[in-house]
Design a protein around this ligand. Structure first.
Ligand SMILES: [Fe+2]
Ligand SMILES: [Fe+2]
Length: 255
């Protein structure tokens, strides 16, 4: 594990620590074997092209609405480092878009500028407060962890498999970063409000699974999923990060 993570411990981390983490993680990207080339078979290329192009587009978001919500939150809460942490987080996602784009260029896979699912995700975040924005993001991040593991299995390309490994490592910390902030934002909220928000998150996850399956079934099937098992896996991951009841009681949120 990255020594910074060991040094900071299990968390939750402060915004300053997260900012440092994102800075240092950039340097810690394992060496990506670009010289191997894309090495995709015709069948692999056919199975992943449209799908990887859509994920590359999704990773490239400038995060304007998230940044706006984060700035507002930072000034209201006094946690001024949070804005810096969010900027570094967005930069890391854009780094994913860059390496996926470079891989696509090597493989001769054309880039795309819009997909309707990307449009829907961006609309969901527009005008939303920080908590809602993070909920939408967490949905995407959790699905990404399943997606990139499946993409890894969809190919024998050493380069693409390494890229998936690195992105999966990063996404695990993105989920932690977002989950810690959601827990903080929900501290002190009433139990019924948290329960309502969590149920809305489950509904959002179910709807997103449907959309993602439509666009990415060929890759997800290569990872061993059928629709039902994919949805079950996504919901299980969501449940694993929703705030444990014991923590709710501890924070006094249960009256
Ligand atoms: Fe990413
Ligand atoms: Fe991410």
């Amino acid at each position: 594990m990255n020594p910074t993570a060991l040094q900071f411990g299990p968390g939750p981390w402060s915004s300053e620590q997260w900012t440092q983490w994102f800075f240092e993680n950039t340097d810690n990207w394992r060496s990506i074997p670009w010289l191997l080339g894309a090495s995709l078979s015709g069948a692999e290329r056919h199975a992943i092209s449209r799908s990887i192009a859509a994920f590359q587009l999704g990773e490239s978001s400038e995060g304007k609405h998230l940044l706006k919500a984060a700035k507002l939150y930072a000034s209201r809460s006094g946690d001024l480092d949070y804005e810096r942490a969010i900027r570094r987080f967005i930069a890391e996602e854009q780094g994913h878009a860059r390496v996926l784009g470079r891989f696509m260029d090597l493989a001769g896979i054309p880039r795309i500028k819009h997909t309707w699912s990307d449009w829907v995700f961006r609309r969901l975040r527009r005008g939303a407060g920080l908590e809602q924005s993070i909920c939408v993001l967490i949905t995407a991040e959790l699905i990404a962890t399943i997606y990139y593991a499946a993409l890894r299995e969809a190919t024998a390309s050493g380069l693409l498999r390494k890229l998936c490994d690195q992105i999966l490592d990063d996404e695990a910390f993105h989920i932690r970063f977002q989950t810690e902030r959601i827990n903080l934002l929900r501290t002190g909220q009433s139990a019924w409000r948290i329960s309502l928000a969590e149920n809305l998150q489950r509904i959002l996850m179910r709807g997103t699974c449907r959309v993602v399956w439509r666009g990415h079934a060929s890759v997800l099937q290569a990872g061993g999923y059928e629709y039902a098992s994919f949805q079950t896996a996504c919901l299980a991951r969501l449940d694993s990060i929703l705030r444990p009841r014991s923590l709710l009681a501890w924070s006094g949120a249960i009256s």
